[in-house]
Structure formats: structure tokens, C-alpha cells
Design a protein around this ligand. Structure first.
Ligand SMILES: NC(=O)c1ccc[n+]([C@@H]2O[C@H](COP(=O)([O-])OP(=O)(O)OC[C@H]3O[C@@H](n4cnc5c(N)ncnc54)[C@H](O)[C@@H]3O)[C@@H](O)[C@H]2O)c1
Length: 345
């Protein structure tokens, strides 16, 4: 079988998950791993039988690499994606696809013009519960959707997350390098699903705050009120302050004129007059959904099929988050799409 040759750039927490998944997939081949810390690249390369590079420069020159997974700190996503695209490589980029809308729009356009696949790692699009709910909403099974609520109650500590090692200290928790806090890094997956179910947003009003992480600049709690183009309303709350930590959960509720659906963590329940539907996602291990996404991306590279979470899709949650930041900073309601005159983009 003709396997797609991949390189992973950034061999940290998630880069190692991608490297492992690529080597497990029949349709893929892990050609190289790159990290600015050469020993990390060598360690992961050895583990999976791949070449080790110390920078993306070596990756783009390697003719065996057809596709690059960008898994570096968030502020590097747009420049490294652009660089790889300019060298004719397909790119699967971690979320957020960029820390600026300008960067996101640039890489999306560049991929389109070059006829290359650009995918964004929103692995929850491959979650059975989310796919089932999307299907039910699209088929009108809930009637007309009038309200979507999303809550993310997680914990990320200063010692065990934001400042966990020298590299984490260098980028997590700063506007410039992480691009934002709980919304930009953790809740972005949930917002991507909210937008998948609810469609485009017309206007948003939001607040952000930092309640319990004095050593970071970015928000650790956020709320937003949304009006979708469809007329439906939305309510978002997200935090990484949850104590005690065994109270963490994520919920998305979709309310329609004929039914009520709730995703609780990775599982789904739907109640309508026709009865109850359940999709149990509780046994899904971290990394499995990333693997499903990767397999689909590899298939798109081989077949030329459009990848479902491309630049245009990937930008939507980023733009919503930017609008919440803008609304909170200015104390105003913000209309989407955001224009070039809006700051900070
Ligand atoms: N989709 C998901 O489930 C998921 C989960 C975790 C992280 N992420 C995203 O993945 C990205 C990385 O997060 P992480 O937790 O793995 O971070 P990390 O700090 O653990 O790893 C980042 C790695 O990139 C390397 N690096 C930094 N600059 C580099 C450069 N110029 N060239 C090559 N390598 C470089 C670092 O040395 C480090 O090994 C973030 O953007 C994060 O938002 C996504």
C-alpha cells in the first residue's frame, strides 16, 4: 500500500501522540520527527523508527515527507504551516491553527491556492457522540434549535501545566505565545462543536477574567452570550479553575422545539417524544480520536478529497474567541465576521 509520508514538528506532549498514531496506521509512514531540542526528536525518532531533525528546515527539504503535522507551541502554527505549504507539503496543524486571524486566513488561502490539504486538529469531530448529534440536528430530529449551551469545567494548575517544564514556561500562559487562555487552548474544541451544531454566529458579548492563576497573563475563566445567524441563542462558560479537581466535566446542550440533547464529556443522550438515544463515549482513550482524524487526513492527501476540518472550518472557533476577547476588552457587543480594522486580531 502506498503510505503517506509524515513528519511531526514539535515532539512534546501532543507531538508524541501524533508520532505514535502515525506509526500505528496502515495508510501512514512516520518519516521524521523534528524538535528544537534535538534529544527529544532523537528519543521519539528512535522509539518509532523515524529520522530526527532539529528544525522544520530539514523537514521541508526531505522528499520523503509529503505531509507535516505542526505540533509546536501555538504562536508557531501559522508561520510553520505557511513555510511547509510553500515547500509543497500538506499540513495538519494543531489547534489553534494560528494565534492571529491574519495568520489563520493567510494559511487557509495559501493552501487553497496551492491545491494542498490543510487540516486542523479538532479531533472531537470524530467523536461518535458529536457525529450522531450533528446528524440528528441536520435532519431536524430536534425540531428548530433555539438554544445551545456549553460548559467546560476543567483544571489546569500552574505547577503541573502552565509551568510544568522549561518549554511549557516559555509559551503557556502568555498572550503572545499561547494566544489566550481557557478559550483559546482548552474550550476551543467545545466551541468548534457548538459552531458545527449551531452554524455561523452573528453577534457575541463576552467577559474574560483571571481568577486563580497569578503567574499567567491569559484568562482562566470566560463567559459569552451568542446570537447565531439562525436566530438561536448560545451561552458559553469555561474555566480551568475547577476545584476539587474530581468535579471536572464538559457539557454541550442543544435544545430544539422537539427535543433536548446533551453531550456529557464524550457521551450523548437525546430525549424526544420518540424516546431516548444514547451514545456511550466513556471508554474512549486520549489519542484515539486523533488517530481517526489522522487516518481521514491521510486518505484526503491520497485521494485529493476535501478534508472536513480545513482552514475555512478551523478559523470559525478562532474568530469567535477573538470576538469574545474584543467584547470583553471594549465592553461592547461584537458582530461577526470580524474585519481587518478590529484589534487585536
Ligand atoms: N488537539 C489536542 O488534543 C491537543 C492537546 C495538547 C496540545 N495541543 C496543541 O498542540 C500544541 C503543542 O502543545 P504541547 O502540549 O504538545 O506543547 P509542549 O510544550 O509539550 O511541546 C511543544 C514542543 O515543540 C517544540 N518546539 C518549540 N519550538 C520549536 C521549533 N521552532 N521547532 C521545532 N520544535 C519546536 C518544543 O521543544 C516542544 O518539544 C499547542 O498548540 C497545543 O494547543 C493540542
Amino acid at each position: 500500500m502506498d503510505r503517506v509520508g509524515f513528519a511531526v514538528v514539535g515532539a512534546g506532549v501532543i507531538g508524541q501522540v501524533h508520532a505514535g498514531n502515525i506509526s500505528m496506521l496502515e495508510s501512514c509512514r512516520l518519516v521524521a520527527v523534528a524538535d528544537q531540542v534535538r534529544e527529544r526528536a532523537e528519543m521519539v525518532g528512535r522509539q518509532f523508527g523515524a529520522k530526527a531533525y532539529a528544525s522544520i528546515d530539514e523537514v521541508v527539504k526531505d522528499p520523503d515527507v509529503e505531509a507535516v503535522v505542526v505540533a509546536t507551541p501555538s504562536y508557531l502554527h501559522a508561520p510553520q504551516t505557511l513555510y511547509a505549504l510553500q515547500h509543497g507539503k500538506h499540513v495538519l496543524v494543531e489547534k489553534p491553527m494560528a494565534t492571529t486571524l491574519r495568520g489563520a486566513r493567510l494559511i487557509s488561502e495559501t493552501a487553497k491556492n496551492a491545491g494542498l490539504r490543510l487540516g486542523v486538529v479538532f479531533q472531537e469531530r470524530y467523536l461518535g457522540a458529536a457525529r450522531r448529534l450533528k446528524e440528528v440536528v441536520s435532519d431536524g430530529g430536534l425540531g428548530r434549535v433555539y438554544l445551545i449551551e456549553a460548559e467546560l469545567k476543567w483544571w489546569r494548575g500552574e505547577a503541573d501545566y502552565y509551568r510544568s517544564d522549561e518549554i511549557a514556561r516559555s509559551w503557556r500562559g502568555y498572550w503572545e505565545t499561547e494566544g489566550g487562555g481557557v478559550l483559546m487552548n482548552q474550550a476551543i474544541h467545545t466551541l468548534d462543536l457548538v459552531l458545527w451544531f449551531g452554524g455561523d454566529v452573528e453577534e457575541v458579548s463576552g467577559f474574560i477574567s483571571n481568577a486563580s492563576h497569578p503567574s499567567i497573563e491569559v484568562e482562566d475563566v470566560a463567559t459569552a452570550a451568542i446570537r447565531f445567524r439562525s436566530g438561536a441563542l448560545g451561552a458559553i462558560s469555561a474555566t480551568v479553575n475547577t476545584q476539587p479537581t474530581n468535579r471536572q466535566y464538559r457539557k454541550i446542550r442543544v435544545l430544539g422545539t422537539r427535543g433536548f440533547a446533551e453531550i456529557h464529556d464524550l457521551s450523548l443522550r437525546i430525549w424526544t417524544d420518540d424516546g431516548e438515544v444514547q451514545v456511550d463515549g466513556s471508554g474512549i482513550a486520549f489519542g484515539e480520536l486523533h488517530r481517526a482524524l489522522l487516518a481521514d487526513f491521510a486518505d484526503c492527501v491520497k485521494s485529493g478529497r476535501k478534508f472536513p476540518v480545513d482552514g475555512v472550518e478551523g478559523i470559525k472557533s478562532l474568530e469567535l474567541i477573538k470576538a469574545v476577547y474584543l467584547s470583553s476588552e471594549r465592553g461592547v457587543k461584537v458582530s461577526l465576521p470580524l474585519g481587518w480594522g478590529d484589534v487585536p486580531l
